[in-house]
Design a protein around this ligand. Structure first.
Ligand SMILES: [Zn+2]
Length: 449
């Protein structure tokens, strides 16, 4: 795996150094000296990650004679949330010195530091504390601004240090979350195949293979991960790292984020900071997307009535009205309108797109079938990893899940299966099938629907 990571590292432009292994925490001072021009540093952590590794990093830097500013430590509870106000807090702190930010933490802390470091024109070093998501080595930062979660463009860290002993000590739900984020690449990949076939977003083969080539192997043994097997944890982290590098390589989250992330981001915006872990929402979103794909793949789209689809196609104004009405939160509604209109096509372009779909469907269907896993199987894998497997496990109600099949499409212009079912006029009937007696969600809800 190290060879693959090293090879990937040579292809990307931001990250120069990746140290993954047991005991690598001790290399912080060496990495700082070797990969950064500046010798002074400032540690960013929260109370939990400071106790887990931050204090040690801080002491090492001091002992090695680096000029170390007072650490910036966010409260441990409630868990910090990646909102734009905190980016501004960090930015202000960074502007008072010229130190290299050394962030010790996982998703939120890394996202906050990544953007604040970029906005203050400096590179940063990331010390990972949990195998909880794929953002360490990714281009871009997932930040909520004015109630709307978005990926803001900014470079990945120059160096990442991930000590497997530190990762193993993290709360077990964090690695379960990382597992689910990785498993989500099954549907993310399917959505990319779709966008590629419709000539909307071509597949970048290098980024694709970094994520997809070993995805089945990385996700095959959730029990081992749950039981604390060090190799399983190491494999998970390698998978998350390579996925991040794929995003860095394409300067886009497309290789790692499709319809499953639309569900996850929608729920996060609906529920706010108290929502479940990122990977847990992605996991349920992955099941939701895979179940939708099953309904879609059960159909022969070569026989699609294109004229009927075009007649039923809403105008721009109708889309705007429907999207605005669909969201309760006004700011979310405004952003969703902007994203939906950005991908709006008129009926004549829809006709062209559906003709292309019809022509490519037999080959595309085979590709999608090979890429996807059955929703039942995804559910079993997630359960074995210790993840929630239905909406109630992440605080989403059954009616909210049902409505999400329509709303999740609206929050981003990126093309996914959610768009395809809308454009082919199949959304309502596919969702009906999922929730009707005997349908996928009716079965998994065990009578709670
Ligand atoms: Zn993710």
């Amino acid at each position: 795996m190290t060879t693959r990571i090293d090879a990937a590292l040579r292809q990307v432009s931001d990250t120069r150094c990746l140290r993954i292994g047991t005991g690598v925490l001790a290399s912080v001072t060496e990495v700082l000296s070797q990969y950064f021009d500046q010798r002074s540093a400032v540690v960013v952590a929260d109370e939990n990650t400071f106790a887990a590794a931050g204090k040690l990093v801080y002491e090492q830097l001091q002992a090695a004679g680096h000029a170390v500013a007072a650490p910036i430590i966010f409260p441990g509870t409630p868990t910090p949330y990646a909102d734009f106000d905190k980016v501004l807090v960090l930015e202000e702190a960074f502007r008072t010195c010229d130190a290299i930010p050394v962030v010790v933490g996982s998703g939120t802390l890394n996202d906050l530091t990544k953007l604040a470091a970029y906005r203050t024109g400096r590179q940063y070093l990331c010390v990972a504390t949990a195998a909880s998501m794929d953002g360490y080595t990714a281009f871009g930062s997932a930040i909520t601004k004015a109630g709307f979660k978005q990926t803001m463009a900014c470079p990945a860290p120059r160096a990442v240090i991930a000590d497997l002993d530190v990762l193993a000590q993290a709360p077990p739900e964090l690695k379960a979350s990382g597992y689910a984020d990785l498993l989500g690449k099954v549907t993310a990949g399917a959505d990319w195949l779709l966008a590629d076939a419709l000539e909307l977003e071509p597949i970048d083969k290098r980024a694709w293979s970094l994520v997809q080539e070993s995805l089945r192997a990385w996700t095959a043994h959730p029990h081992r991960l749950r039981d604390g097997d060090p190799q399983a944890l190491s494999d998970l982290f390698a998978g998350l790292t390579l996925t991040g590098l794929a995003m860095q390589l394409s300067a886009s989250s497309r290789p790692a984020s499709g319809s499953e992330h639309r569900f996850s981001h929608l729920w996060e915006m609906q529920m706010g900071p108290a929502a479940a872990l990122h990977g847990f929402k992605v996991g349920v979103g992955t099941i939701a997307a895979a179940a939708l794909y099953e309904r879609l793949l059960a159909r022969d789209l070569t026989r699609l009535d294109i004229a009927k689809c075009c007649r039923a196609w809403p105008s721009r104004t109708e889309v705007e009205r429907a999207v605005r009405q669909g969201h309760d939160h006004p700011q979310l509604a405004e952003q969703a309108v902007a994203e939906s209109l950005a991908k709006y096509i008129d009926a004549s372009r829809l006709r062209q797109r559906l003709l292309l779909l019809q022509q490519r469907w037999p080959a595309l269907r085979e590709q999608l079938q090979a890429q996807l896993l059955p929703a039942d199987q995804l559910q079993s894998l997630l359960q074995a990893a210790g993840c929630p497997t239905d909406p109630t496990g992440i605080g989403v109600s059954w009616p909210q899940l049902r409505a999400s099949y329509d709303l999740a499409r609206t929050i981003r212009s990126r093309y996914t299966v959610l768009d395809l079912v809308a454009e082919t006029g199949l959304l309502a009937e596919c969702v009906e099938e999922l929730f009707a007696p005997g349908g996928f969600w009716a079965r998994s809800s065990q009578g709670q629907l």
